[in-house]
Ligand binder design. Sequence first.
Ligand SMILES: Nc1ncnc2c1ncn2[C@@H]1O[C@H](COP(=O)(O)OP(=O)(O)OP(=O)(O)O)[C@@H](O)[C@H]1O
Ligand SMILES: [Mg+2]
Length: 228
Amino acid sequence: MSLVKSENLTKTYRMGDETVRALDGVSLRIDPGEFVAILGPSGSGKSTLMHILGFMDSPSAGRLRFEGGEVSQIGRARRSWYRANRIGFVFQAFNLLPRLSVTDNVLLPVVYGRSGIRDRKSLARVALERVGMTHRARHLPNQLSGGERQRAAIARALVNSPALVLADEPTGNLDSQNVDRIMALFGELAAEGHTIVVVTHDEHVAGFARRRIRMHDGRITEDSSMDV
Ligand SMILES: Nc1ncnc2c1ncn2[C@@H]1O[C@H](COP(=O)(O)OP(=O)(O)OP(=O)(O)O)[C@@H](O)[C@H]1O
Ligand SMILES: [Mg+2]
C-alpha cells in the first residue's frame, strides 16, 4: 500500500481579485521507506505541498490518500490527529523552544498523560540516541551548535515514530560537514523504514535522496529514481 497518493492536488489562494495557484495538479505516490528530495525554484509550490502532505493545510481541489484513507477534505480535528501521530516535521529554523532543555524540546510532540514520566524519558532517550545527541540532553538550544540544534529538531520529529518525516530546507543554516551528516542520517532513517521527504534548493543535498522530484509553477516537472 502506498503511504501517500495524490491525484490532481490543487491549492489556490485568493489575493484580492487575483488567484495564486500554488499547486496546479500534483499527482504523486510515495511508498513506505522512500527517501525523496523535492527541488524547484522559489515559489514553485514546494512548501505548499509539504504543508498539505503534513496535514497543516488542505488542498483546494484534488484527492489525497494517506495510509489508504481518503484525507483530502477532513476537518481540523482529524488533521491535528494525523499531525500528532503520523507526521514528524523538521523546519529550517529548527523551532526549538529556547527555555526548554533538549530532552523537553524532543518531548514536545508527545501528548501529556499518554505516557508516564519514565516512558517519556525513555522515548526522548531513544530519539536522541538515534541522532547521536544523548550527551547533550540537558543543554538548552543556545548551548548547542547549529548541527546539534538540527539533530535535536530531527529527534523531536522522530519521537512519536511518525510514518512520514517532512523536512523543509533542513540544512539551510548548516556548514557542509553538518549538511552531509544530517542528510546521511536521513538516509539511515529511510533505510530503517521511515519515509523521508526533504525540500531543498541544493543539488548536492538532493543527491542523498534516491528519488528526486522537481517542481515548477505548482507542477511536477520531473520525478526520477536512482538505483543504489
Ligand atoms: N498563504 C498564501 N497566500 C497567498 N499566496 C501564497 C500563500 N502561500 C504561498 N503562496 C504563494 O504560492 C506560491 C508557492 O509558495 P511556496 O511557499 O509553496 O513556494 P516554495 O517552492 O516553497 O518557495 P521557497 O523555495 O521560496 O520556499 C508562491 O507564489 C507564493 O507566493
Ligand atoms: Mg518554501
